[in-house]
Design a binder for this molecule. Structure first.
Ligand code: ADP
Ligand code: GLC
Length: 477
């Protein structure tokens, strides 16, 4: 049994801004089910939704600051959660990373450096819990300093750094190395320095014993200039310790047979019941209730990564076609406004909900016929897996985890029952429109469509397989 410290800046259902929270909510549980001793450490944000008891565990002093560690558990699981409690940094409402206008909190470097120092102290058992980690598994830039700090320790645990998104690197001015009291040995080009900026993500990429990313295709893509953001050389240099493990999904939370958020539960054998969710969705969003018309759904952070600009370029043409389009998301204000303008122009065709709404997300997955993910890049992506499980066939661009988890419907894959969606190659509106038209043609052939739905619903996206791959990785360290 390994003692694994899972270091993350968000975890569902405590707090979530994106897929990292889904992964942090379910991978540690899956590892615990494989009989591992997993503890999760994250900041004690004011916005956390705690389920169950919280107790004071201990206090740890770093950088002249006394930081409390609180203990709780992940709901319905044995996974212990240690909360880094430092009210001055974490006790304010809202998003963990930025204010309501999308501007990063001005002291993010201090906040997450403190978080990393505490995680490293816990890993070394300097929180006096008689629990020293064998493996410290860090995620994204917010935990990037942990492998760097641990590299300076004797008799340290092994470290894994998982890249969920190379686009967010935690870059700060060089002067912050002084404020943050960064050990001098770490401040060098083959270290935390990146073009005279302090790079948190490099702490993971340079110093972790193993690097993983959340799909095999993305592991290759980040070794190229297109998606390496100037770090492709470093990643290629470390390619022997870099691998891609595709995310699983929480198959209890995303289960059309038991989903409490939807109008009517259904399974592959009772696909007719899926229709009731479509009607409920249309009613909820004030679209004409029409069983025949294909409903296309999209749920996303509204940022360039997700190809929202491509979609916006297609919307007028889409509105002229026999389909309804429903979108739930928030992010870039310009995207939000353009989308709302389209909804106003075509109220019978387009419904836009700006905001974050878990229950509507489930109803869209269940009620839509087709799910759209035209991402420019996508390290893994989760909604394409949720939608396949719900028999809502995804249209995806061939990138990252989308390429690894959706099988394009072409004559061969249709006849051998492996097709589960529509895949297109190029990130431009023309290719997206072509994919949409291809989807509509397939939708107009109910026998084939149903076959594709069943293929998709029968696919195994559970964590078990991926958790086993992580375990194998830990065991080889
Ligand atoms: P990313 O982490 O890049 O945002 P993922 O596909 O990995 O993309 O995960 C996004 C997660 O966040 C999914 O679980 C998705 O359903 C959820 N999500 C995104 N936007 C919203 C929203 N506006 N309301 C509810 N859930 C959302
Ligand atoms: C990131 C990526 C997304 C991935 C998620 C969880 O937010 O953008 O593709 O699914 O992390 O790994």
């Amino acid at each position: 049994m390994k003692k694994i410290l899972f270091v993350t800046s968000e975890a569902h259902p405590l707090i979530k801004t994106g897929g990292l929270a889904d992964v942090s909510g379910s991978l540690p549980k899956a590892l615990a089910e494989l009989s591992q001793d997993v503890r999760l450490v994250m900041p004690n944000y004011q916005a956390l939704k705690i389920h169950g008891d919280v107790r004071f565990l201990c206090s740890v002093r770093v950088d002249n600051r006394d930081v409390n560690i609180l203990e709780t558990r992940m709901p319905d699981s044995a996974v212990i959660v240690w909360l880094v409690d430092y009210p001055e940094f974490f006790s304010f409402p809202g998003n963990p990373y930025h204010d309501e206008h999308g501007n990063d909190w001005p002291n993010n470097a201090e906040r997450f450096a403190l978080f990393c120092r505490i995680a490293a102290e816990i890993a070394m058992d300097r929180a006096q819990q008689n629990w020293k980690a064998d493996i410290v598994h860090c995620n994204d830039w917010q935990s990037g300093l942990v492998p760097a700090l641990l590299s300076l320790e004797h008799d340290r645990p092994a470290t894994v750094f998982t890249i969920h998104n190379m686009a967010y690197q935690g870059l700060f001015p060089a002067t912050s190395t002084v404020t943050l009291n960064i050990p001098g040995q770490l401040w060098q080009p083959y270290g935390l320095e990146f073009h005279n900026m302090l790079s948190f993500i490099k702490g993971g990429l340079v110093y972790a014993d193993r690097i993983t990313t959340v799909s095999p295709t993305y592991a290759r893509e980040i070794q190229t200039p297109a998606l390496g953001y100037g770090l492709e050389g470093l990643l290629t240099y470390r390619k022997d310790v870099l691998s891609g493990i595709i995310n699983g999904i929480d198959t209890e939370l995303w289960n059309s047979e038991t989903d409490p958020y939807i109008e009517r539960c259904y399974k592959a054998e009772s696909l007719k019941d899926k229709q009731l969710n479509k009607t409920a969705l249309q009613k909820k969003l004030s679209l004409p209730a029409d069983k025949k018309i294909p409903v296309i759904g999209l749920i996303s952070r509204l940022v360039e990564q997700k190809g929202i600009d491509l979609l916006i370029d297609c919307l007028s043409e889409m509105a002229a076609m026999p389909m309804q389009f429903v979108l739930l998301g928030s992010g870039d204000k310009t995207f939000e406004q353009k989308l709302l303008d389209f909804a106003q122009l075509y109220p019978e065709k387009i419904a836009i909900t700006i905001g974050y709404d878990e229950s509507l997300a489930h109803l869209i997955e269940a009620g839509a016929d087709i799910f759209l993910m035209p991402s420019r890049f996508e390290p893994c992506g989760l909604n394409q897996m949720y939608s396949q499980r719900y028999g809502t066939l995804p249209i995806v661009r061939k990138t990252g985890g989308l390429a690894d988890s959706v099988v394009d419907a072409v004559p061969e894959t249709i006849s051998n029952n492996t097709a589960t969606g529509i895949v297109f190659n190029d990130a431009n509106p023309g290719s997206l429109m072509e994919a949409l038209k291809r989807a509509l043609i397939l939708y107009s052939m109910p026998e084939i469509w149903k076959k594709l739905q069943i293929n998709a619903m029968k696919k195994d996206f559970s964590w078990q397989h991926s958790a086993e791959q992580y375990l194998e990785l830990y065991q080889g360290m």
